[in-house]
Design a protein around this ligand. Structure first.
Ligand code: FES
Length: 105
């Protein structure tokens, strides 16, 4: 199902935000004008990833600094100095229609 989640003007390059859609919390990010969407809660400890750091295509969790690739949701760095499991997150196709950011959930 395709959902309009934000306007492009609301999410400038280098920024990310959390959007609650259809019972899911998504992270939507703008990397140099390209938009990406993935699950927005860290797989390790339920942290809100939008409160972390966006470094290029990498999203860093604010709690134990796990890193995910915003392009495909893959875990690229495990949590630092923390026990427990972390795993890949799901990513979602994004299209832009005029000024609307649309995520296919
Ligand atoms: Fe994200 Fe621990 S909660 S790395």
């Amino acid at each position: 199902m395709k959902m309009i989640v934000r306007l492009t003007s609301e999410l400038p390059p280098g920024k990310m935000t959390t959007v609650d859609v259809l019972g899911r919390t998504l992270l939507v990010a703008n990397v140099d004008g390209a938009f990406f969407a993935m699950d927005g809660i860290c797989s390790h400890g339920f942290a809100d990833l939008s409160r972390g750091r966006l470094d290029g295509f990498m999203v860093e969790c604010p709690r134990h600094f796990a890193r995910y690739d915003v392009r495909d949701g893959k875990l690229v760095r495990r949590p630092v100095d923390a026990e427990g499991h972390a795993f890949d997150l799901r990513s979602y196709p994004v299209t832009v229609d005029k000024d609307r950011i649309i995520v296919d959930i």
